[in-house]
Design a protein around this ligand. Structure first.
Ligand code: MBD
Ligand code: FE
Length: 280
């Protein structure tokens, strides 16, 4: 069957067959994706058995709540960022701001709010994980600072796990919303995160393994930055020195998003890391 015959068949079943009210956008997308799928089935000689294995996999993925994990793992979320960058460049959007990168599946709304400063950890890893101090300023691309910008920060603990998804952590541990002060600055006192790894027995890792891939992320901290009159920025910083820095299973590491440890050792406090990561 060639593409024309496939398209005619898909149209007959899913377009000509409509009797109720049609959402034309949904129809357009579904018809296109079905045509592409049918064509792939022909081109790759996908068997009945393989088709049902694939569908069973999708069901497993949903059951394990890992749809949002496979999407970055396959590079789809990063692809959407690159597409957005290309659209910006084409539209002549002013360049030079902090790059966007993926949200990932582990944001939780409703974190505690404060102005200027927050301690993010609940103390559970005191004496276990290094202290991390994050300091930054929110400004526009011309360098004008933005007071009262909303900075939402979330990151993993020393096991690479995120509160809410990891029920052993307290509510909103390592998740805070900090509004910038009158100088556009914010500060967070927290613990050093460790990179996330996909659940080893889950469906995402199962597919990654079939692709010969690991499911590890480097140590990172997530951001949403929102300010009146500006587009929301979704980004992260990665911590320099992590073995997975440029080998992230989710492809989120980008030039301009690598945080350098500014102050690693004072004589009495070897464990204090000071990161200065300005966000524009
Ligand atoms: C994460 O912490 C993450 O940021 C992404 C993108 C996927 C899985 C876990
Ligand atoms: Fe993450």
């Amino acid at each position: 069957m060639n593409r024309q015959e496939i398209d005619a068949l898909v149209k007959k079943m899913n377009v000509d067959n409509a009797t109720g009210e049609v959402n034309t956008r949904v129809q357009e997308i579904v018809v296109r994706l079905l045509g592409d799928l049918f064509e792939a089935i022909v081109d790759l000689n996908i068997t009945q058995n393989e088709l049902w294995k694939g569908l069973e996999y999708i069901a497993d993925l949903g059951q394990a709540n890992e749809v949002g994990l496979l999407v970055p793992g396959l590079g789809l979320e990063h692809f959407m960022d690159l597409l957005e960058d290309a659209k910006d460049a084409q539209a002549g959007v002013e360049q030079g701001g902090t790059p966007r990168t993926i949200e990932g599946p582990l944001y939780v709304a409703g974190a505690p709010e404060s102005v200027g400063f927050a301690r993010m950890d609940d103390g559970a890893e005191e004496g276990i994980m290094d202290t991390l101090i994050i300091e930054g300023v929110v400004s526009d691309v011309d360098g004008n600072v933005l007071p009262n910008a909303k900075v939402e920060i979330w990151h993993a603990n020393g096991q690479g796990n995120y509160s809410f998804f990891d029920k052993t952590q307290s509510e909103f541990n390592l998740r805070r919303t900090i509004y910038t002060d009158e100088n556009g600055r914010y500060r967070a006192l927290t613990t050093m995160p460790v990179g996330y790894g996909c659940p080893p027995d889950g469906p995402t890792q199962k597919l990654l393994t079939l692709l010969g891939r690991h499911g590890q992320r480097p140590s990172h901290v997530h951001y949403f930055i929102t300010a009146d009159g500006f587009r929301k920025l979704t980004t992260q910083f990665n911590i320099e020195g992590d073995e997975y820095l440029w080998d992230d299973f989710a492809f989120a590491t980008r030039e301009g998003l690598i945080a350098t440890v500014a102050d690693k050792s004072s004589p009495e406090d070897l464990a204090e890391y000071n990161l200065d990561k300005p966000f524009k």
